[in-house]
Design a binder for this molecule. Structure first.
Ligand code: ADP
Ligand code: MG
Length: 464
């Protein structure tokens, strides 16, 4: 540990956790803060270990202001927070360079003020094109963003405007453009100036520059961008002077062929409290939307996320989540992360039952956990037989038919292996099970009466 004795760091960590404990509820503290460890503390940075990479994303997204203020209170200094996934493996999210590191040609006039404007312009490396799942809902926005990222300023898409509801990937796609351009600039060794900013930050900077007589520096700073990305433009509403300032910056950049990319929560024409001339500018290039994802895209996003975290999860759990959360990808991911956290705290594998327990309260649909016993009961009741009969060796036609159908449903509705199914049907071996499954597939499903019975039974099992 640099700069500090181990006793001091010990005290620091203790107080740091206490101060967070006062500000979050018990459950959040136990889930998200208890498992953390102190790796390094210096004047400039605090490195914290986390058990899993999703843990750091969750902290970054939900608790960063609390973490930062707790640390800053103790060290009396602006401190850079980083997370390390346990085992000292650097997680991809950490070490995100603040913009100033790539601005290798900051004009003189900016130097004194840059410390104000550069602050917090941080781009999350997790938001890149590789981690973005493409579906019907976002393919145009994705294609346009990719084109702009590959040749900023030279396509007809200037500005590129992406609009859509909350949690649908606007910030992700905007930062993917930033990451892509930063990487190309770095590999070409270009002194590329990229500015990513939320419209709130843009506004705050402007107010601050007025207070401190830095308006000239402010305008120089933004006009010196090669690529300007502004997130959530709708927050410019009713801020006339900020809009005016932005209008001039926009014109200057556009005239000199610099790329501008903007996001907003609705189409430009429906923005409220924005000057018409600004709305008009937004429509000069390409306006494209992101819609809520369809079921398949939601499934693909969940799978990709789990894969990135290195966890294997049953498909039925993905579809349970995807069926219940339809219109916000952040919530979709949040549900998966809650489940991962719960399972790692408990040291238990994720099951459908666990999913129901952890997420059920917030979901309208409960998970249908179908077991072999449940199938046997449903089928025997339906055919007015006793469950024992179905498991017996009876060769009576109606019993054999019910038994074949029950096995077929077990294969279709549970994730049991053929061997397990056989064991539950009076210890039959797996070739007998295969024989039953073939009989159903080749004969029963082609028989209008029997196939109707089978579909009714499927519905019955799924809805009870
Ligand atoms: P918005 O800015 O539109 O409110 P975000 O860009 O913050 O939404 O997205 C919310 C979360 O959903 C982020 O964690 C993001 O990575 C994820 N996400 C959104 N769209 C996709 C996608 N197509 N593929 C993968 N992850 C996505
Ligand atoms: Mg956003």
């Amino acid at each position: 540990m640099d700069n500090t004795s181990s006793l001091e760091t010990h005290i620091f960590w203790d107080r740091f956790l206490k101060s967070i404990e006062e500000r979050v509820n018990d459950q959040s503290f136990n889930t998200w803060f208890k498992p953390l460890g102190l790796v390094e503390l210096s004047d400039e940075r605090l490195v914290i270990s986390v058990p899993q990479s999703y843990h750091s994303s969750w902290l970054e997204e939900h608790y960063m202001p609390i973490i930062k203020s707790a640390a800053m209170k103790l060290v009396d200094n602006d401190i850079n927070i980083q997370f390390l996934v346990n085992e000292q493996v650097p997680s991809p999210e950490i070490d995100t360079p603040p913009i100033r590191e790539i601005n290798n040609s900051v004009p003189e006039i900016l130097n004194e003020s840059s410390k104000f404007f550069f602050e917090e312009h941080i781009i999350n490396q997790r938001f890149n094109f590789d981690s973005f799942v493409i579906g019907n809902s976002n393919q145009f926005a994705h294609a346009a963003a990719k084109a702009v990222a590959e040749s900023p300023g030279t396509t007809a898409f200037n500005p590129l405007v992406i609009y859509g509801g909350v949690g649908l990937g606007k910030t992700h796609i905007l930062q993917a453009i930033a990451n892509h351009c930063l990487a190309s600039a770095k590999s070409n060794g270009d002194p590329y100036r990229l500015i990513y900013v939320s419209s709130e930050k843009f506004t705050m900077d402007f107010i601050m520059s007025i207070q401190n007589n830095l308006t000239t520096q402010y305008s120089h700073y933004y006009r010196s961008a090669d690529l300007l990305l502004v997130d959530d433009i709708q927050f410019f509403n009713n801020k006339e002077r900020t809009q005016e300032e932005f209008f001039h910056i926009f014109n200057a950049l556009h005239q000199s062929g610099k790329q501008i990319v903007l996001t907003m929560d609705r189409p430009p024409s429906q923005l409220k409290g924005l000057a018409d001339r600004l709305i008009n500018r937004f429509q000069w290039g390409l306006v494209t939307d992101i819609q809520p994802p369809d079921f398949e895209t939601r499934m693909a996003i969940l799978k990709k996320k789990a894969e990135a975290d290195g966890v294997v999860i049953d498909n039925r759990i993905f579809s349970y989540i995807a069926e219940n959360i339809k219109s916000n990808i952040r919530e979709l991911e949040g549900a998966l992360i809650r489940l991962l956290a719960y399972s790692s705290l408990r040291g238990e594998d994720i099951s459908l039952e666990m999913a129901g327990q952890v997420l059920g309260d917030t979901f309208t649909k409960k998970p249908s956990i179908i077991t072999i016993e449940f199938v046997q009961k449903t089928v025997s009741e339906y055919f007015s037989l006793s469950p024992d009969m179905i498991m017996s060796n009876s060769r009576r036609k109606e019993v054999a038919v019910a038994r074949h159908i029950a096995m077929h449903l077990c294969k279709r509705l549970t994730d049991s292996s053929l061997k397990t199914i056989g064991l539950h049907f009076g210890g039959r071996d797996h070739s007998t099970v295969i024989h039953s499954l073939r009989t159903v597939e080749n004969k029963y499903l082609n028989d209008p009466v029997l196939s109707k019975h089978i579909e009714t039974l499927v519905d019955k099992a799924k809805t009870s």
